[in-house]
Write a protein that binds this ligand. Structure first.
Ligand code: G3P
Length: 218
């Protein structure tokens, strides 16, 4: 499963790239605002850090506007993927952009039927927002299972991206449900490697070594 970072903070992206655990980035104007940066500033920096799979969101809500913006954003780099909202206008823009080879990530997906439509139109990525379904008392992961089954039934190649990740549990759920990608906030990525028993175990090895007065192997 690929891991993306869901962030507009270049330092966060840089750190996770250096660690070697991320394969892409999802970002949006809300994340940039939260980081106290303009979307433009944040994106310009991130495009230089990550070689591929950087999803950039359009701001237009009508198809012609989305198409125009999508084409312009694509010119910012070969590593750009265009993120469109899953509305009727979004579907129209998806059809046009994919026909010219532009990779599109269809976002704000909350149902299996929305996922079916975007796959039929050739989306590169579908982004169901699982955390937001959990927030309203639904079992978000069920949606990943449904989409996986539908895509496997018909051989759709659209990648399933588990979005709106809130915890390490979500990442495990994504992997168990055969999602292709999970996009995670920085703090969730940091938590993935941590386990208290690892720290306790490491301390014990080192203490035992020191107390027994042994010499290192090398
Ligand atoms: O990738 C989508 C993400 O930014 C949404 O996350 O936590 O606002 O539901 P959240």
């Amino acid at each position: 499963m690929q891991l993306y970072i869901d962030s507009a903070v270049p330092q966060e992206v840089e750190k996770m790239m250096a660690l070697g655990i991320i394969d892409g980035v999802t970002t949006n104007p809300s994340l940039a605002a939260k980081a106290g940066m303009t979307y433009k500033e944040a994106v310009a920096k991130i495009l230089k850090i990550v070689p591929d799979n950087i999803s950039l969101e359009v701001l237009s809500t009508d198809a012609p506007g989305m198409i125009r913006e999508g084409r312009a954003l694509t010119k910012m780099g070969k590593n750009v993927v265009i993120k469109l909202p899953t509305t009727e206008e979004g579907l129209k823009a998806l059809k046009v952009l994919t026909k010219t080879g532009i990779r599109v990530n269809m976002t704000l997906v909350f149902s299996a039927n929305q996922a079916l439509l975007v796959a039929k139109l050739g989306a590169y990525i579908v982004s169901p927002f699982i955390g937001r379904l959990d927030d309203i008392g639904q079992t978000g992961i069920d949606l990943i299972d449904e989409i996986r089954q539908i895509y496997d039934n018909y051989g759709f190649k659209t990648k399933i991206l588990f979005a709106s990740v809130r915890s390490p549990l979500h990442v495990k759920q994504a992997a168990l449900a055969s999602a292709d990608i999970a996009t995670c906030p920085y703090d969730v990525l940091e938590k993935l490697v941590k386990h208290p028993l690892t720290d306790i175990g490491l301390k014990k090895f080192l203490d035992d070594f020191k107390e027994s007065g042994q010499k290192p192997l090398v």
